[in-house]
Design a protein around this ligand. Structure first.
Ligand SMILES: Cc1ncc(COP(=O)(O)O)c(C=O)c1O
Length: 485
């Protein structure tokens, strides 16, 4: 009977004439209205909106929201796509009137406080990364990748090195890396990982030449390992005349401990949703600030905030690639990152990373008795286990484990990524989880490996919809609740 309201579409609840509020009818004539509104939004017939009472709308959407798992309701160990705890305090501050009600078209002089915050955020990200040129414009990590590659292309063009058309990506990289490179007009080549899950230096060397523009490196990488060869990698790429791009999605493992600018990176992006507790944008309404070396700063997209006497103003860098986002980027998300960084301070951010690494290693020490972990005895903020042996011995796949974990009250880890690990189960606990939660998760994982039959094949049993995209689902009805349940 739970969530009865959420089993219906809101259109199915519609009854003619039912309303949340009755507004007085407009005194204006049809002509007067058509003067106010553009013709293409005026229709002869009103749009077919559902007609429902306020209580029903509220219940409908509140019930819908309870069908999903979130960081506020469940442990969410989604490796690589980290869902970090979003402190409620940050949410409250971001919605203060002086921040939440600011209009993007307001003149610089009327939004000095917000500009100051953005200026200071640029400064702090430059300090954390060791790369002083900062643009807050990109709207997601992947958008940051694209933007930084456009910056690199502009730089090479100006140097008369437009033959540099190849971007190298690690074979363990997130799919956004080669996709961004293609979108920026480069062709891509994958660099292999070695048996330890790190960059295969010989393979890298064989692919470097005067066509190389950028090597996109994720460090810590998507196997949760810090590639300690990074200095040598940077030397090799720089000697070949290329630039190092650091996919900074995993910066939450090294905050205050290592800076990309110090270990050879020339450009990078941050994922505030993974590192600084911003809400995840799902490809757009998030943020993906980029940081670059000083010699690349003139190509950054504008506007950036600069000091102007005692105040602040926006300006475009001198050789800017232009805008990549309307207005100033997603300021609401950036404000949350600003508050997060200011709240923790230098020492606090280092502690965040230390706790993230400690939590992941604690869980790894428990999980390695249950699943194989092919790379590394230790990990950074996440680790990648494999269900390959269980699949062979017991027909238990990574997908089965992910589905069954939902019944135990845990959001599934990332599965089948990175591609270099067969039957990958990628776990990232984040720094805020307690020992009790990590123990309970390991215990659930262990119990699942002891299970078999329908319990596994038809899991999850506790959710409204089960395995919509699986072969098993093709044999069974997708919807598990029946009329009137
Ligand atoms: C390693 C890595 N790179 C890039 C991205 C892309 O970031 P976004 O989802 O913000 O576009 C992700 C996803 O979170 C990621 O895990």
């Amino acid at each position: 009977m739970r969530n009865q309201q959420a089993t219906k579409l809101i259109f199915e609840m519609s009854r003619p004439g039912r309303r949340a509020h009755h507004l007085p009818s407009l005194p204006e004539s049809a002509e007067a209205i058509s003067e106010l509104l553009p013709a293409d939004v005026l229709a002869d017939e009103p749009p077919p909106l559902p007609e429902v009472a306020e209580g029903d709308v509220v219940r409908h959407f509140v019930n819908l929201s309870t069908l999903n798992m979130s960081v506020d309701t469940h442990f969410y160990p989604l490796g690589s796509c980290t869902m970090k705890y979003n402190p409620k305090r940050n949410e409250r501050m971001a919605s203060l009137a002086g921040i939440g009600d600011v209009h993007p078209l307001q003149r610089d002089g009327t939004v000095g406080g917000v500009l100051q915050m953005m200026y200071e955020l640029q400064d702090m990200l430059g300090e954390i990364s060791g790369l002083p040129g900062v643009s807050l414009q990109p709207a997601a990590g992947a958008h940051g990748e694209l933007t930084a590659l456009l910056v690199a292309a502009a730089y090479f063009n100006e140097r008369g090195e437009s033959q540099r058309t190849v971007v190298l990506t690690a074979d363990s990289a997130h799919g956004t890396n080669p996709a961004s490179a293609q979108m920026a007009g480069f062709s891509t080549k994958a660099v292999k990982s070695n048996a330890d899950g790190l960059v295969d230096l010989e393979d890298l060397k064989s692919k470097l030449n005067d066509e190389t523009a950028v090597f996109m490196l994720t460090n810590p990488n998507t196997l949760g390992l810090f590639d300690s060869q990074v200095g040598e990698i940077a030397d090799l790429v720089h000697e070949a005349g290329g630039l190092i791009y650091l996919d900074g999605a995993n910066m939450n493992a090294i905050l205050g401990i290592a800076r990309p600018g110090d270990f050879g990176a020339d450009l990078m992006h941050f994922n505030p949703h993974k590192t600084f507790s911003g809400p995840h944008g799902g490809g757009g309404p998030g943020a993906g600030p980029i940081c670059v070396r000083d010699f690349l700063a003139d190509y950054l997209p504008g506007p950036v905030v600069v000091r102007d006497g005692d105040g602040y103003r926006c300006q475009a860098p001198s050789k800017s690639i232009g805008r990549v986002r309307s207005f100033f980027g997603n300021v609401g998300v950036l404000v949350r990152a600003y508050i997060y960084i200011r709240t923790y301070g230098k020492e606090g951010l280092r502690k965040v990373s230390e706790d993230a690494v400690l939590g992941a290693n604690y869980l790894l020490s428990k999980v390695r008795h249950i699943l194989d972990v092919p790379h590394g005895d230790r990990c950074m903020h996440e680790f990648v286990a494999s269900a390959k042996r269980l699949k062979k011995d017991k027909h238990l796949t990574a997908m089965d484990i992910a589905k069954r974990l939902l019944d135990y009250g845990f959001h599934a880890p990332t599965v089948y990524f990175p591609l270099v690990v067969e039957e990958a189960v990628m776990v990232e606990p984040t720094e805020t989880e307690s020992k009790e939660t990590l123990d309970a998760f390991a215990q659930a994982l262990f119990r699942i490996t002891e299970e078999s039959g329908d319990l596994i094949d038809e899991a999850p049993h506790s959710t409204k919809i089960s395995r919509p995209d699986d072969v098993a689902a093709a044999r069974k009805p997708i919807l598990k609740w029946s009329e009137g349940e």
